[in-house]
Design a binder for this molecule. Structure first.
Ligand SMILES: [Zn+2]
Ligand SMILES: [Zn+2]
Length: 227
C-alpha cells in the first residue's frame, strides 16, 4: 500500500477531522437565503486573499451569502449567511462567548451551550450552534444573556486588592480574605449592605463608606508589612 498523497481539500477531506464533527450539516443544494445554486471555493473570493488555516467557503452564486467550513473538511460550519445574518451572529457570539471564554468565564463551554440551548428552547444541545442561527435566534441569544443579569464579562471577584477569586455577587470577598478583616468592619459591611445592590449598582453611601474603611484597613496592614 502506498500512502495517499493527494492534498487535503474539501473534496479530499481529512478523515479524522471529518469524524470529529458532531452533527455535520450537508452542503445545501441551494442558498437558503435566495435559492440560487452554491459552490465551494477558496475564501479569497470573499476576502481578496486566502484567510485562515482552512481557506474555503460555501458561497452563493446569486447573493452575498457564504459560510466557512470546519477545518480540513468539506462540512459547512453553519448555514449560508447574508451580511445581516453574519453581523447578527457576530453580535450573538460577542454576547455569549464571555460566558465560557477568557478571564471572566463562568462555566465550561459545554455547560454554556447547555444553558443556551435551554434558554432558547432547543431540545438537542448538539443543534445549538450560533453558526446555524438566523437573525431572530441571534437576537434571542443576546436577550438571554442580558436576562442572566450582570454581564458575564463582569464576573464578581473578591474585593481584596489583587485577589481574583470569583465570589457570589452578594459577598464582599473570598472567605480567607473576608475573615482576615476585623469583625467590626465586617459587621459594618453587612449592616449597610442592601440586597440586590450588586445588580442595581446602587449601594448606599453608608455601604460605600464601610467598603472604603475596609480598603483603608487593608492598605494599613500592607504598609505595616513592607515597613
Ligand atoms: Zn443566495
Ligand atoms: Zn480574596
Amino acid at each position: 500500500m502506498t500512502e495517499a498523497r493527494a492534498p487535503i481539500t474539501p473534496w479530499n477531506p481529512s478523515r479524522s477531522a471529518t469524524a470529529r464533527v458532531k452533527n455535520p450539516l450537508p452542503v445545501p443544494d441551494c442558498c437558503p437565503n435566495c435559492g440560487s445554486p452554491v459552490f465551494i471555493d477558496s475564501n479569497s473570493c470573499i476576502y481578496g486573499r486566502e484567510h485562515g488555516e482552512w481557506p474555503w467557503a460555501v458561497m452563493c452564486t446569486g447573493c452575498d451569502s457564504y459560510v466557512g467550513l470546519h477545518p480540513f473538511t468539506g462540512i459547512p460550519l453553519g448555514t449560508l449567511a447574508t451580511p445581516e445574518i453574519r453581523a447578527a451572529r457576530k453580535t450573538a457570539k460577542a454576547a455569549f462567548n464571555p460566558l465560557w471564554e477568557g478571564d471572566g468565564a463562568q462555566m465550561t463551554r459545554t455547560a454554556a451551550y447547555g444553558w443556551l440551548a435551554a434558554a432558547l428552547g432547543i431540545a438537542n444541545v448538539e443543534e445549538c450552534h450560533i453558526a446555524w442561527f438566523g437573525v431572530d435566534q441571534c437576537r434571542a441569544v443576546v436577550a438571554a444573556i442580558k436576562a442572566r443579569g450582570a454581564a458575564p464579562a463582569h464576573r464578581h471577584t473578591c474585593h481584596w486588592p489583587g485577589c481574583e477569586r470569583a465570589v457570589p455577587p452578594a459577598m464582599w470577598g473570598c472567605s480567607p480574605h473576608w475573615f482576615a478583616i476585623p469583625k467590626p468592619l465586617r459587621d459594618d459591611i453587612w449592616r449597610t449592605y442592601r440586597p440586590g445592590q450588586e445588580i442595581s449598582k446602587t449601594p448606599s453611601e453608608a455601604y460605600v463608606a464601610a467598603a472604603r474603611a475596609v480598603q483603608h484597613w487593608i492598605a494599613q496592614q500592607q504598609k505595616g508589612k513592607t515597613a
